[in-house]
Design a protein around this ligand. Sequence first.
Ligand SMILES: Cc1cc2nc3c(=O)[nH]c(=O)nc-3n(C[C@H](O)[C@H](O)[C@H](O)COP(=O)(O)OP(=O)(O)OC[C@H]3O[C@@H](n4cnc5c(N)ncnc54)[C@H](O)[C@@H]3O)c2cc1C
Length: 267
Amino acid sequence: MTAARPVAGRDTLRPYRLTVARTARVTPNLLRVTLTGSDLADYRPVGPEPRCKVLLPPAPGAEVIVPDSVPFWDALNALPESLRPVVRTYTVRAARPDDHELDIDFVVHGEHGPASRWASNAQPGDPVGLYGCLSSFAPPADTSEYLIAGDDTALPAIAGIVASLPTGTRARVLVEVDSAVDEQPLDSSADVTVTWLHREGVEPGSGTWLYDAVRAVESIDPCTYAWVAGESAAVQAIRSTLVLDRDLTKQRVYFSGYWRHGHAEDD
Ligand SMILES: Cc1cc2nc3c(=O)[nH]c(=O)nc-3n(C[C@H](O)[C@H](O)[C@H](O)COP(=O)(O)OP(=O)(O)OC[C@H]3O[C@@H](n4cnc5c(N)ncnc54)[C@H](O)[C@@H]3O)c2cc1C
């Protein structure tokens, strides 16, 4: 569920065959998986929050078949189900093409999601595929300030966005995480105010922390660009209140359901 289609990167979309280089905890619920492979020498940066498809083994220990033929998705879907990789959507948090490396930060939310499970168990040398990248960040030229809201799945994108904002830009950033230990520094040369919202152990996707925080923002300039991502129902509610109650035009509100409470990505 996305309001605007990704705008940059279509011309450089391509598959990558990679392996896990290493993993590191960023915060207790966020695991950075660094991927490596010579394909990354050709990686081209696209926008501040490059989204990609991560191709995971269909079963533990299985190989990851990354088709060469085009159209890519037709070739992938033509594979027998037992050989077809599990596909999930993630944000490239950082890329170092000269070193043939990129980082993806996975929210580890338990063993019931294949991507969360895969990241939690990832070992150096594990195979993984990637198809990307696209970017959706396209504020209108006359944007006066930014309102950026998201949960922990959007934190890698939010970090990239605020880092890209130029000096003199004003941005209000609202981020929902489990608790204070899940906060992380958000570097930026812009004038950024970050508010961290804590679930404190309550199940993700079952509260209204982000919605309430957006509703509590006192004044929103009509030339604000809002970028909202996270659990689907929360994001839709925030988009509605920004458009209906705060009079932002639909073109000024980008919203994207990054995951759906109770549903797998491929449900
Ligand atoms: C453009 C885009 C960029 C994204 N970038 C990132 C990123 O950089 N890092 C990141 O961690 N996620 C990111 N996501 C979200 C990620 O794709 C989803 O969380 C995805 O569902 C995880 O797959 P899974 O296999 O772990 O779980 P699934 O198999 O999809 O779901 C299994 C169960 O887990 C639940 N679930 C899924 N995600 C969560 C969660 N975060 N917390 C609690 N329960 C959950 C589902 O509701 C379902 O019940 C992004 C999504 C999009 C669309």
